[in-house]
Design a protein around this ligand. Structure first.
Ligand code: IPD
Ligand code: CA
Ligand code: CA
Length: 267
């Protein structure tokens, strides 16, 4: 099996190639709004989500032909006997993309025999690249990053996201906001779960939480947060896996404060 660093190199290369295409689409959207289809209520997909996914899958399969994929737009791809499974969000933050907000990313994770070993999150608009290899730390643009050490809610900035399927969920989604608005320094909803996680890893946010995310939203970010010294569980403090119904990622030292707030949310 190739070294993890070889997998990382190819994933970064694929994210840069797809990033060129996403950047082109992002600036075209200023001239004429891009067309999109809806996959469900408020859930858009553009030709760029699909193009980005094809580029990434093609580059990775040409280097590692036995790979299988779980990719947002095409689902499961490839022979299921392989031990290499790539988990891909080809454009995280599509709503931001179609509204010309530069908080978007490509997220690529490699799972080997059920364990996430490599993660890449790349924002091509502002050129921020987050990477991690299992047990080798996390990096932004090749510089080591670490979670923050803030444990006091009054100094903590919290980020979340809301699912596309919000019907019947509004009251539950509002519950924690009341506490974060009252007792915390600040609160954000920025629209790309992968970057929210990467920003916990680099110490910009003390914590990120969201319900009902998909494996491609969290696989790379989970590794990047953990390798930066952070903690990832579900809302109630149980071990997180990429199929969990909720995620709470934090700097570790504020984790129990956030669980205290989220424990009343009924999932
Ligand atoms: C979405 C973004 C958003 C989160 C949604 C995700 P997409 O992914 O990460 O921040 O709140 O739950 O589905 O659809 O832009 O890839
Ligand atoms: Ca996503
Ligand atoms: Ca997406």
């Amino acid at each position: 099996m190739p070294k993890y660093s070889e997998f990382l190199k190819v994933a970064v290369d694929a994210s840069f190639k797809s990033g060129e295409i996403l950047k082109e689409g992002f600036y075209k959207n200023f001239e004429k709004n891009l067309d999109y289809e809806l996959k469900g209520f408020a859930d858009p997909v553009t030709e760029y989500d699909k193009k980005s996914e094809s580029i990434i899958v093609d580059i990775i399969s040409s280097k590692f032909p036995s790979s299988t994929f779980l990719a947002e737009e095409r689902g499961e791809i490839g022979n299921s006997n392989s031990s290499l499974r790539w988990i891909i969000d080809p454009l995280d933050g599509t709503v931001n993309f179609i509204h010309s907000i530069p908080y978007i990313a490509i997220s690529i994770a490699l799972e080997i025999e059920g364990e996430i070993t490599v993660g890449v999150i790349y924002n091509p608009i502002i050129d921020e690249l987050f990477t991690a290899i299992k047990e080798e730390g996390s990096f932004m643009n090749n510089k080591r990053i670490r979670v923050s050490s803030i444990s006091d809610p009054g100094s903590a900035l919290i980020v979340t996201g809301f699912p596309y399927k919000r019907e019947g969920r509004v009251n539950e989604l509002l519950k924690p906001l009341r506490v974060f608005i009252k007792d915390y320094q600040g609160f954000r909803r920025l629209g790309a779960a992968s970057i929210d996680l990467a920003y916990v890893a680099r110490g910009s946010f003390e914590a990120f939480y969201e319900e009902n995310l998909k494996p491609w939203d969290t696989a790379a970010g989970k590794l990047i947060v953990e390798e930066a010294g952070g903690k990832v569980t579900d809302y109630y403090g149980n071990e997180f896996n990429i199929y969990s119904k909720s995620i709470l990622a934090s700097n570790g030292v504020i984790h129990n404060h956030i669980i205290e707030v989220l424990k009343d949310v009924q999932l």
